[in-house]
Design a protein around this ligand. Sequence first.
Ligand SMILES: [Fe+2]
Length: 263
Amino acid sequence: MQSEKNKILRIAQITDSHLFADSSQKLNGLDTLNSLQQVMQAVLDSQPELIIFSGDLVDRPEAAAYFAVKSVLDLSTVPVFCLPGNHDDPDLLKETLSSEKIHNDFSTLVNNWQLLFLNSYQPNTHAGKLGDNQLQMLDKHLRKHSEYSALICLHHPPVPIHSSWMDAMGLEQSEELFAVVDRHPQVKAVIWGHIHQQFNQTRNGVKLLGTPSTCVQFMPGASQFCLDNKPPGYRWLELYENGAITTEVIYLPDFDCPGNGLA
Ligand SMILES: [Fe+2]
């Protein structure tokens, strides 16, 4: 049983929790701290080996909001890897959320997988971009560990999701990311947050996966801001020794969703 278990790396991706400094504040009627707590409980009940938190941890980057995030992440029994989104302050995130359990590293090696955590934040815009430094580091890490299968994580979607208002704030110059990906056939998937909905596409055999938020969800295909009434969710990933991936999006069952009717 043990050897069988070691062949699969079980990961949960959570994203876009949008916590506030003032815990009484809500996002479109939803208590984001409460929904993050509920998602974290569901995640921990599923016994992942590692958690990826892919940005927009807070709604506005204030230390008190990050401490609220920390109060939830401290419940984790497994390592949590955080990367910033457009609502974050990358420096403040690192400053407030580094601990023995909470990590802000660029990459980590687990089993025979390399997990890479990119920073697509740029100031004064909701759109994302990977600077030369990020792209060079990505290329370097992939070259160094070419025998490991690779999973790339970032906040912004590198492809259009067919929702025009969201596509206006996706990853700029994503062809630069794909130029690196195309040089390294061990890259098996790129995963992101930001879009508050699930997305699933394949490009040259690489899975491209968007994940719903731990709070409110957006309506797929919408041309302007519009809430969906789906409950908070997260993504489950199983990474196999041979480079295969199975994945599933899970929404909280029986969640009383105040987003109903708000769209
Ligand atoms: Fe975002």
